[in-house]
Design a protein around this ligand. Sequence first.
Ligand SMILES: [Fe+2]
Length: 286
Amino acid sequence: MTACFDAGLKPELLDKASFKFGHRLLDHPALSLESLSKVIPALPKQQVMYSKGLLSVEADFEGTFKKRPEDMSVAEVIEQIRERDSYIMVSQPEVDEAFKDLYAALLSEVAGALKKKGIAGQVLEPMLYLFIASPNSVTPFHIDRYSTLLMQFRGSKTVCVHPQWEPRVVSTENMEAYATYNRTKLPWSPEVDQLGTHWHFSPGEAVHIPFMAGHHVKNGPNDVSISMSIIFNTEESMVWRRALRFNYAARRRLNKIGITPSPVGENFVRDWLKSGVIRLMDRSAS
Ligand SMILES: [Fe+2]
């Protein structure tokens, strides 16, 4: 099986801090622009999201892809991506045969890294994402409800990753609303930007973005960027997700009696108890 990552992948830092490492998938045939221009148009329409024009760092990232341009097909966007500013995001390309072995190899290495970190259980909800974007494209500031290993295949980019659970980056209220799909747009400012680490990375390099850590991306000026991420949850991040749901549901009621729920991410036992309440509620509702 392909060895996907080098020794720079630090299991102990997963979902704690962002770090850069190397990947060994640079020459994988599935990731060439030629292969992608065959695979992507053949994928189910709902897995392929694209936009025209450059986005700004403070744009609504998830909201942008709810509307797709009506005057251009994805095949045309791929064809013109070098000359016309555009951005293509593809979820689950692993349903295509070309990505199957790559997906299996990545999944196996992520499972191995989680085992080394001491997290019990499976890699939960793993999925690949592809990003193909024109020179100078921006992925707006956002957080993700999962952990990410982002690999670069073509072009260069700068990824700014903020500390996880930092309320000066994303307030606890906004984080809870985002985690529960009640908000997709987060406030951003140049002051927020200064709290992040700017990773400059090029083909063959990868970066880890911890669960719910704010981030944004700017592509380099010289080439089309092709990158791919494997995203996943773990037993630990699912506890955090349910604890965030608990806080979102409880915040208004507790505020009425002068209590502010304690933020998620500070105390795992407390988060685990909150998660348990949500689990019980889910079970009794089903
Ligand atoms: Fe992201």
